[in-house]
Design a protein around this ligand. Structure first.
Ligand code: GLN
Length: 489
C-alpha cells in the first residue's frame, strides 16, 4: 500500500504511469480515493453523494484494457469528481437544492458521456452553492464545505466541493461550472488550478442552467497539465448545445512548454488598485516579476468598463436565472409541496419551500429586471454595457497576448462572515465576471500565500479560443515556482 498512499497526492501523468507499469490497478486507485474521502470528508464536506458502482465499473474496464495491452485514453482510470449540477444518468444530481433533493437524471450530460467513453472513474458529486449562485458554497441546502487549508474558512464558490476535493487529494481532478467565477474563485481559495474555458468550448448539455449565456463547465487540477488534460477530454462541438463552438480541440497538454520570450502580458490596472488586499497585491506583484524574469514584456492595460461589471452581471445573470428556474414547479420532477389547495397554490408552495433564500432573491431580482417598464432601463442597458466590456477585451488583446490580475481581491474568508450581506459576497466576483460577460477563457493558478498561510490566486485571461496560450502562460509560471502545495488534514 506504500505506493498507493503516495499516489493519491500525485498528478495525472504520474498516476497514469503507475497504472501502465502495473504498479497499481485502476481499482486500487479508486479504493484510495474512497479511503481518503472516508478519512477526510467528515471534516471537509466536499461531497453530496458518492457514485461507487459507477467508479468501480469503470475501473474494471480500465484494468481489463491494461491486462489486454490495449491503448488507454489519457484520463482513463484517474479519479474525478463532478459538481452536483452536472447530470449523470441515474445518480443523484441535486444542485445542492431541496427542490432537486431526490432527482436522478434520466440522461448523461455530454461531458459525462465523454468521461465515460474515456473510462474516467466518476467518484461522486460535489457540493455547491444552490444552483451555483454564490461565492462561498454557504448557499448550499445540503452542507457547508470547508477549506482544507483552514476548516473555519470557506473554499470559495460556487464549485466549492470540486475545489476542496482536489485540494484535499480526495480525487485527482474534478469538474465545476463557472458563470461569474465559480471555478476560478474556489481554485484561488483552495490553492489549486481552476479553469474556465471559452464560452461554447465545452458543451452545456446536461449542466443545470443558471445563466445560459454565461455558464461554462471547466476543470480543476493540482497542476496545469492535469487541468489541460481534463479539458481535452470534455471539450468539443456538440449538436445538443447550439452555442457550442464547432472548432477542432487542440492537444492542450502536448504544447505546454512553449516559453514566454517575446510574449506580452497586460496587467489590468483597475484590478490592481483599491480594494485589493495588500497581501494579495504583494503576491501578484511578485508573480509579475517572475514573468519579467522569463523574458515577458509587461504592459499596463485599462479596462474602463470593468467598474460596471458587477451591476451588469447581476442584472443579466438574475434575468436568465429567473427564466431558467421557472421549470422547477413541482409538476414533472423534483420536490412537490404536500398540501396545496389548487394548481397555482401548489406551484407557489413548492417554490417557496423548495428554493433557498439566495435563489429566491435572484429570481425576484431577475423577474423585476425583465418586467415591462423596467426591461429597457435594466436588462437592455446591461446588454449594452456587456458589449462595451467585450470591446474592452478586444482592445486589450490588441496590446497583450494574455491579461493578468488577482483572481479575487482577498483570500478565503471565515465561514459565516459574509452571509448576512449579499453585496459583500457579490463583490468577490469583481475580477472574474468580465471574462464570462465577454466569453473569454480564464484560469486561476496558485501564486503564493497570505500572512495567515491561505493561498493567493493569480488570474490569467486569453482571447476567445486562446486556451493553449492560457495553459502555456500558466505552465511557464508553475515550472519556475513552487506554490502548488497540499495542506495537511
Ligand atoms: N458568485 C457568482 C454568483 O453568485 C458566480 C457564480 C458562478 O460562477 N456560478 O452568481
Amino acid at each position: 500500500m506504500a505506493i498507493a498512499e503516495e499516489l493519491q497526492y500525485k498528478t495525472v501523468s504520474e498516476q497514469r504511469k503507475a497504472l501502465l507499469n502495473k504498479e497499481i490497478s485502476a481499482k486500487e486507485l479508486v479504493d484510495i480515493a474512497y479511503k481518503r474521502i472516508e478519512e477526510t470528508d467528515g471534516k471537509i464536506d466536499a461531497f453530496n453523494s458518492l457514485t461507487k458502482e459507477l467508479a468501480y465499473d469503470t475501473a474494471k474496464k480500465v484494468d481489463e484494457k491494461i491486462r489486454n495491452g490495449e491503448e488507454l485514453p489519457l484520463l482513463a482510470g484517474i479519479p474525478l469528481a463532478l459538481k452536483d449540477n452536472i447530470c449523470s444518468k441515474g445518480d443523484l444530481t441535486t444542485s445542492s437544492s431541496k427542490i432537486l433533493a431526490d432527482f436522478r437524471p434520466p440522461y448523461d450530460a455530454t461531458v459525462v458521456k465523454k468521461l465515460k467513453e474515456n473510462l474516467v472513474p466518476i467518484i461522486g458529486k460535489t457540493n455547491l452553492d444552490e444552483f451555483a449562485m454564490g461565492s462561498s458554497t454557504e448557499n448550499s441546502a445540503t452542507k457547508i464545505t470547508k477549506n482544507p487549508w483552514d476548516l473555519n474558512k470557506v473554499p470559495g464558490g460556487s464549485s466549492g466541493g470540486s475545489g476542496a476535493c482536489v485540494c484535499a487529494c480526495q480525487t485527482t481532478v474534478s469538474l465545476g461550472s463557472d458563470t461569474g467565477g465559480s471555478i476560478r474563485l474556489p481554485g484561488s481559495f483552495c490553492g489549486v488550478i481552476g479553469m474556465k474555458p471559452t464560452y461554447g468550448r465545452v458543451s452545456r448539455y446536461g449542466l443545470m442552467a443558471f445563466a445560459s449565456s454565461l455558464d461554462q463547465i471547466g476543470p480543476f487540477g493540482r497542476c496545469v497539465e492535469d487541468a489541460a488534460i481534463t479539458l481535452q477530454m470534455i471539450a468539443g462541438h456538440d449538436e445538443r448545445d447550439s452555442t457550442s463552438i464547432n472548432q477542432p480541440v487542440p492537444n492542450y497538454a502536448a504544447n505546454l512548454d512553449s516559453g514566454m520570450k517575446g510574449k506580452k502580458i497586460g496587467v489590468i490596472t483597475e484590478l490592481m488598485s483599491e480594494g485589493v488586499d495588500s497581501d494579495v497585491k504583494k503576491n501578484i506583484e511578485k508573480a509579475i516579476d517572475v514573468y519579467k524574469n522569463l523574458g515577458t514584456e509587461i504592459v499596463e492595460i485599462s479596462m474602463p468598463h470593468s467598474k460596471y461589471a458587477i451591476a451588469t452581471y447581476y442584472i443579466l445573470a438574475t434575468a436568465e436565472a429567473s427564466s431558467n428556474l421557472a421549470r422547477y414547479d413541482g409538476v414533472k420532477y423534483g420536490y412537490r409541496a404536500k398540501e396545496a389547495d389548487n394548481l397555482l397554490d401548489m406551484y407557489m408552495k413548492t417554490r417557496e419551500e423548495g428554493f433557498g433564500e439566495e435563489v429566491k432573491r435572484r429570481i425576484m431580482l431577475g423577474t423585476y429586471a425583465l418586467s415591462s417598464g423596467y426591461y429597457d432601463a435594466y436588462y437592455k442597458k446591461a446588454q449594452q454595457v456587456r458589449a462595451l466590456i467585450k470591446q474592452d477585451y478586444d482592445k486589450a488583446f490588441e496590446k497583450a497576448d494574455v491579461l493578468l490580475s488577482p483572481t479575487c481581491p482577498t483570500t478565503a474568508f471565515e465561514i459565516g462572515s459574509k452571509v448576512s450581506d449579499p453585496l459583500s459576497m457579490y463583490i468577490m466576483d469583481i475580477c472574474t465576471i468580465t471574462a464570462n460577460l465577454a466569453g473569454v477563457p480564464g484560469i486561476s493558478i496558485p501564486c503564493g500565500f497570505d500572512k495567515g498561510g491561505m493561498p493567493v490566486g493569480l488570474q490569467l485571461l486569453a482571447p476567445i479560443l486562446g486556451e493553449e496560450k492560457l495553459f502555456q502562460t500558466a505552465y511557464a509560471f508553475e515550472k519556475v515556482t513552487d506554490f502548488n502545495k497540499i495542506p495537511k488534514i
